[in-house]
Design a binder for this molecule. Structure first.
Ligand SMILES: [Zn+2]
Length: 260
């Protein structure tokens, strides 16, 4: 392979390693944001349910007072009963007692219903509390994961950068400029292998046969006429169609080459 081309492949592999690191940091940061949002959501849900619970407690106390009032009234009426002289008075009082008992029964029914709601609401609050705690635990471990990853990144960054500087110093300035420009405009790959079929793996379009033949001579710096990516022919015999797996394979291969 053309030496310059192999240096550009090297710098791209280093840049891909850096990118992979940065992306994994970004991923963890996104997960942390999601967890924080989840926790905030649970928090506001929890607050809302607590307000509902306070309202329900008020209703329960009110109903209990109501039942007590009916009881007092019934006791009083039963005391009065002993002093009654006429049938008419007696019947009227009986009716009042019956009505009050019916009202008391209704209030007791309501109290049972409110108590059931209270239990259900409490269960809901406990569940949310638990979910919130689980999210909090996940957040703590994600935070720890991020710190580790950042530390790892910090430790290897110097190595990355010095390797990159070494690779960079070997590349002709105009080639490097082209590489950097394509990298910014198109993203990776900025330098792309050409398949045996003659297709550029950057855009998967076929190169004109003459250009392909010229490239096979391995002595030219060439850009794809369609996507502008820098082109090269891989030395390895096995061609892989899948761009991603092929580039990760190369990453390890070329990295070890750089270190030698
Ligand atoms: Zn192309």
């Amino acid at each position: 392979m053309n030496e310059q081309i192999s240096f550009i492949v090297d710098i791209q592999n280093i840049d891909l390693e850096l990118l992979k690191f940065e992306e994994s940091l970004k991923k963890i940061n996104n997960e942390i944001d999601e967890l924080r949002n989840g926790i905030n959501l649970k928090k506001s849900e929890h607050e809302k349910l607590n307000e509902e619970l306070a309202e329900l407690n008020k209703k329960i106390s009110g109903t209990e007072v109501e039942i007590q009032t009916f009881d007092d009234k019934l006791n009083k009426m039963k005391d009065t009963q002993k002093l009654i002289k006429t049938n008419k008075e007696y019947n009227a009082l009986q009716k009042s007692i019956k009505d009050t008992e019916a009202l008391k029964k209704k209030a007791e029914g309501e109290l049972i219903m409110l108590a059931e709601n209270h239990t259900a609401l409490n269960d809901k609050i406990n569940l949310i509390q638990k979910e919130s705690e689980d999210l909090q635990l996940s957040l703590s471990s994600k935070d720890a994961e991020l710190k580790n990853k950042e530390k790892e990144f910090e430790l290897s960054k110097e190595d990355f950068l010095s390797r990159r500087e070494t690779a960079k110093s070997k590349i002709k300035k105009n080639y490097l400029d082209i590489y950097e420009t394509i990298k910014i405009r198109k993203g990776f790959p900025a330098i792309a292998p050409v398949l045996q079929s003659g297709a550029c793996t950057g855009c998967y379009r076929m190169l004109p046969p003459q250009q392909f033949n010229e490239l096979i001579s391995e002595n030219v710096f060439m850009q794809c006429p369609i996507c502008s990516r820098i082109l090269y022919i891989e030395n390895v015999s096995q061609e892989t169609g899948a761009e991603e797996s092929s580039s990760s394979q190369k990453t390890s291969k070329k990295t070890s080459k750089t270190r030698v």
